[in-house]
Ligand binder design. Structure first.
Ligand code: AMP
Length: 194
């Protein structure tokens, strides 16, 4: 299986690139943010719980997020691999994912981290907020908090994969196609070394 963690701060382009990568490599895209948003729209219990955290730009508690992610993986028993987008966001989540995949006889192949400067992220998120319909993109204070949460709680997850020699940084500045090509080079390089 090819299991990729697509990593990077909010606004780095993970969602856009994940959509392109799944069709090229025949993977299943699991975005925890997207799954939460579907639940909010459907007014499920999970959606109600997640909403207050998301509206403030804070993380939904690990226990809830991990359980949800595992359920989604289990819904795709035929998958040739997954792209995890927006997960794991804490070391606890990374450890849980590792144990969960191990139980299925697989593991994370590589973490690809999109590298984008903070000033550019804020610009992109405010622009996205004009038509994404996402409350957390429309407010600069919430955007700043999301980036700060990323720096404080999420950035360390890179160390977890780095220690396993699975971390690879990819320049996230340029056109969608340029960035996609860089990600493909990284994935193809990984596949050759497998
Ligand atoms: P995203 O679509 O990845 O930008 O996520 C939007 C929001 O969903 C985040 O700001 C969090 O509130 C919540 N969220 C998404 N993924 C996670 C996660 N792995 N852990 C905790 N909260 C998450």
């Amino acid at each position: 299986m090819l299991n990729i963690v697509l990593f990077g701060p909010p606004g780095a382009g993970k969602g856009t690139q994940a959509e392109k990568l799944i069709s090229k490599y025949n993977l299943v895209h699991l975005s925890t943010g997207d799954i939460f948003r579907v639940n909010i729209k459907g007014e499920t219990e999970l959606g109600k719980l997640a909403k207050s955290y998301m509206d403030g730009g804070n993380l939904v508690p690990d226990e809830v997020t991990i359980k949800m992610l595992e359920t989604e993986v289990d819904k795709n028993p035929q998958a040739e691999g997954f792209i995890f987008d927006g997960f794991p966001r804490t070391t606890t989540q990374a450890e849980a994912l590792e144990a969960f995949l191990k139980g299925k006889g697989t593991t994370i192949s590589v973490m690809l981290a999109l590298d984008v400067a903070e000033k550019e992220l804020i610009k992109r998120l405010l622009l996205r907020g004009q038509d994404s319909g996402r409350a957390d993109d429309a407010n600069e204070e919430v955007i700043t908090n999301r980036i700060s949460v990323y720096n404080k709680q999420t950035a360390v997850v890179a160390d977890f994969y780095s220690q396993q020699n699975k971390f690879q940084k990819v320049n996230g500045i340029g056109s969608v196609e340029e960035i996609f090509d860089r990600l493909c080079v990284a994935i193809d390089g990984y596949k050759v070394s497998m």
